[in-house]
Design a binder for this molecule. Structure first.
Ligand code: PLP
Length: 405
């Protein structure tokens, strides 16, 4: 007798981030659109990218597709942990040259973006491990934990602590950290991350560090990788992605770094890395080889400067929106080190009230902050990953909102 997965069934019906955005946010947008057919709409809800792929990536994709279409150069299944050249490129061009840390290519596993990696990585750990997640943060960490039926505790991120949590007070085993955090855009200092690394080493816990937005960090004295923090190679897994800074949201390439030196309770050096290799061989044989060739090109010197232009574009969008919001007296967090603006609701409105008011007076669509965790109540997240024209028009439309606040 087959029975359904109760953990999965418990997440049905607008209980997940994606369903909430697509059903609840967009149903209100539809109502607004029906009532205001002439009005402009500025979609700044999703963290979806708008800039095209860098030229170097497009050329590599075409070349790779042509190689697949030629019997002389055709290739089929490849290394399940990912293209060795891509693992090498991440090791050299990302970790060594950009961040300044030494990560071996064998410590890097290529994934189809960060989404699957941040959730699947829990399979490395025992089912009773307690998971800590920031509140608010990217909902996949929490949803993946509920799906795995693991105990969950929250690390409180509030205005009072600048949205960077303290280390857990209770014993936890797996700690998700995301900086720059989605939705707040807030980054953590060396000292703050050192506190988590020290905690993890003391308690034999593991940190899962989501570094998807680290290429957006412009502060020179802020860590862009957890491995910049002393001792992190012994207690942290890092997850990266080509999605936001190289326009790979549709192509789907990311990675997961599991250092050989990472050890948890009753494991040997290199064991977790080998376990993940086994898991890859059973469940995942890597993303499309064409996409991986595109990722190699994104890390070439030409590719990197094109990607830099993409990040600069989004950061300028962020600066423009934040400037517009602040000029009408709204308090914002996050930028300039992320493509998100975390706006405090005016007049003590709830997240959904503020969402509605902003939509009705300006046509701007954000995501209510409480969708990212209870501490997001009273805030709204706006994404700056859209087209510049949309951003500029959205900023202009704020004038009508200013009249109401
Ligand atoms: N992690 C965070 C913090 C994100 O915001 C996102 C996407 O928005 C992801 C992971 C998933 O990214 P990817 O497109 O690489 O799967």
């Amino acid at each position: 007798m087959a029975t359904k997965n109760l953990a999965l069934a418990s997440l049905i019906g607008n209980k997940t981030y994606i369903d909430t955005v697509f059903n609840q946010v967009w149903s209100q947008v539809e109502v607004y659109r029906a009532a205001n057919p002439q009005s402009s709409l500025f979609a700044m809800a999703l963290g979806n990218t708008s800039q095209p792929l860098p030229r170097a990536v497009v050329e590599a994709l075409v070349e790779a597709a042509n190689r697949l279409g030629d019997s002389q150069t055709y290739t089929g299944y490849e290394d399940t942990a990912g293209n060795p050249r891509l693992r090498e490129a991440i090791s050299t061009h990302y970790y060594e040259q950009k961040i300044g840390v030494k990560i071996q290519p064998e410590e890097i596993f290529i994934s189809d973006g960060a989404q699957s990696a941040v959730v699947n990585i829990q399979e490395l750990f025992a089912p009773d491990n307690v998971v800590a997640v920031q509140n608010p943060t990217y909902p996949a960490f929490m949803e993946g934990t509920l799906l795995a039926n693991r105990p969950l505790v929250y690390l409180e991120c509030t205005e009072a602590n600048g949205f960077v949590p303290d280390v857990p007070r209770e014993a936890v085993d797996i700690i998700y950290l995301c900086f720059p955090n989605n939705p707040t855009g807030v980054i953590a200092t060396y000292e703050q991350l050192q506190g988590f690394v020290d905690y993890a080493r003391l308690h034999q816990a593991v940190i899962i560090f989501d570094a998807v937005y680290s290429p957006f960090i412009r502060n020179s004295n802020t860590p862009r990788s957890i491995y910049e923090v002393e001792g992190a190679m012994e207690c942290a897994i890092e997850i990266g992605s080509f999605s936001k800074w190289a326009s790979f949201t549709g192509l789907r390439v990311g990675w997961c770094t599991i250092p050989e030196t990472l050890v948890i309770h009753q494991t040997e050096l290199g064991e977790l890395n080998r376990l993940w290799q086994v898991r890859h061989g059973i469940k995942f044989w890597g993303p499309a080889n064409v996409a991986q060739y595109g990722a190699i090109a994104a890390l070439s010197s030409v590719g990197q400067s094109e990607c830099q232009a993409i990040v600069d574009y989004y950061l300028e969008n962020t600066r423009l929106i934040r400037g517009g919001l602040e000029s009408i007296g709204l308090k914002c967090y996050g930028s300039p080190n992320s493509p998100f603006i975390w706006v405090k609701a005016s007049q003590g409105l709830s997240s959904w009230e503020f969402f509605k008011e902003l939509l009705e007076s300006t046509g701007i669509v954000g995501v209510p902050g409480n969708v990212f965790g209870s501490n997001g109540e009273g805030f709204l997240r706006l994404s700056a990953l859209g087209q510049r024209r949309t951003i500029e028009q959205a900023v202009e439309s704020l004038a009508s909102f200013a009249m109401e606040i």
